[in-house]
Design a protein around this ligand. Structure first.
Ligand SMILES: Cc1cc2nc3c(=O)[nH]c(=O)nc-3n(C[C@H](O)[C@H](O)[C@H](O)COP(=O)(O)OP(=O)(O)OC[C@H]3O[C@@H](n4cnc5c(N)ncnc54)[C@H](O)[C@@H]3O)c2cc1C
Ligand code: FES
Length: 278
C-alpha cells in the first residue's frame, strides 16, 4: 500500500498527491509516469511524475477528474493509502543543451512540464513557457513554471486572465518573429498537441509531444497503447510516451482513445449512483 503524505486541491477538478514510494523516487526522471490503482478492484491508470523527493522517498502526481478512476482517486484523503503505484515507467525526456526551447502546456499537463522545464534550464537552455487554460479559475503553478522560464506567456480561452486565445497563437508568433527556436515540447490534451505540431511543422522546428493513449499494463505487454509514429507501430508505454509530434498519426490516436467511450460513460453512471447512495 502507498500512503498519501499530502493532498492539495490545485483548482476545483485538479488535485495534487504526494505519495510515499521510495523505490519509485530513487529512479524517477522527468517525462516518466506511474501506473496507479486506487484499490484492489480498481483499474490501472497512467499518471505522470510531476516531482520527486529522493530524501523523503516521495513522488508527486497531479491529476484531473475525468472519469470513474480519477474521481475515485479524488476521494482519497491525506493519510489514506492506495493499492498500486508502479514506476517509474516510460523513457525519460531527452534533456540536452539545445539552445532555446519553448515549453507549451495545457491544463493538468502544466504539472507534467515543470520537471522537464527545470531539467532543460539546469543544462543551460533558454526556456520560454506558454501555459494555456480554459479560464482564470483553472490557472495553477504559474509561479512554479515561471521559476524555470526566461519568458512566460499565459493564455485563457475566454480571456479572463492574461492573454485571450489558444496556446498555438503565441507559439506561431514566436516562430514568425524569426528568433531561433531549437525545439518545442508540447504536452496537454491530444488536440492541443496535434495543433502545436501542425503550427511548428512549416517552420521545421522539432516538436516533442507526450502521447496519452489508453494504457493497461504500462510495460509493453498488452499492446493497448499502440500508436503510429513515422509509419511505424510503437507502444507509448515503453517506446515513449514522448515522440516527434510531426510523425504522429493523430487521427489513429484520437480514434483509439475513443474506443471505450460508451463503457466509460456507463462505468461513471454506475459509480456515481453508488456514491450518491453511500
Ligand atoms: C503516459 C500518460 C500519462 C498521463 N498523465 C496524466 C497526469 O499526469 N494527470 C492526468 O490527469 N492524467 C494523465 N493521463 C491521463 C489519465 O491516465 C486518464 O485521464 C485516466 O486514465 C482516465 O481514467 P478515468 O477512469 O478517470 O476516466 P475514463 O472514464 O476511463 O476516461 C475518460 C477519458 O480519459 C481517456 N482514458 C481512459 N483510460 C485511459 C488510460 N488508461 N490512459 C490514458 N487515457 C485514458 C479516455 O480517452 C476518455 O476520454 C496520462 C495518460 C498517459 C497515457
Ligand atoms: S500499456 Fe500495454 S503495451 Fe503499453
Amino acid at each position: 500500500m502507498y500512503k498519501i503524505l499530502l493532498r492539495e486541491n490545485l483548482v476545483p477538478n485538479i488535485h495534487l498527491f504526494k505519495v510515499e514510494a521510495p523505490a519509485v523516487a530513487r529512479k524517477a526522471q522527468a517525462g516518466q509516469f506511474v501506473m496507479v490503482r486506487v484499490d484492489e478492484r480498481g483499474e490501472r491508470i497512467p499518471l505522470t511524475i510531476a516531482d520527486w523527493d529522493r530524501d523523503e522517498g516521495s513522488i508527486t502526481i497531479v491529476f484531473m477528474e475525468v472519469g470513474t478512476t480519477t474521481r475515485k482517486l479524488a476521494t482519497v484523503k491525506a493519510g489514506d493509502s492506495i493499492a498500486t503505484f508502479v514506476g517509474p515507467l516510460g523513457k525519460p525526456s531527452e534533456i540536452e543543451r539545445f539552445g532555446t526551447v519553448v515549453c507549451v502546456a495545457g491544463g493538468f499537463a502544466i504539472a507534467t512540464i515543470v520537471p522537464i522545464a527545470r531539467a532543460l534550464k539546469e543544462v543551460g537552455n533558454r526556456v520560454i513557457s506558454i501555459m494555456g487554460f480554459r479560464t482564470k479559475d483553472l490557472v495553477f503553478w504559474e509561479d512554479r513554471l515561471g521559476k524555470f522560464s526566461d519568458e512566460m506567456i499565459v493564455t485563457t480561452d475566454d480571456g479572463s486572465y492574461k492573454r485571450k486565445g489558444m496556446v498555438t497563437q503565441p507559439l506561431k508568433e514566436l516562430l514568425e518573429m524569426g528568433e531561433r527556436i531549437d525545439r518545442v515540447v508540447a504536452i496537454g490534451p491530444t488536440a492541443m498537441m496535434k495543433f502545436c505540431a501542425q503550427t511548428t511543422q512549416p517552420f521545421g522546428v522539432k516538436t516533442i509531444v507526450s502521447l496519452n493513449p489508453i494504457m493497461v499494463d504500462g510495460t509493453g505487454m498488452c499492446g493497448c497503447c499502440r500508436v503510429s509514429v513515422g509509419g511505424v507501430t510503437k507502444f507509448a508505454c515503453v517506446d515513449g510516451p514522448e515522440f516527434n509530434g510531426h510523425e504522429v498519426d493523430w487521427n489513429l490516436l484520437l480514434a483509439r482513445r475513443n474506443i471505450y467511450l460508451d463503457e466509460e460513460a456507463r462505468s461513471l453512471r454506475i459509480w456515481s449512483a453508488k456514491i450518491s447512495h453511500e
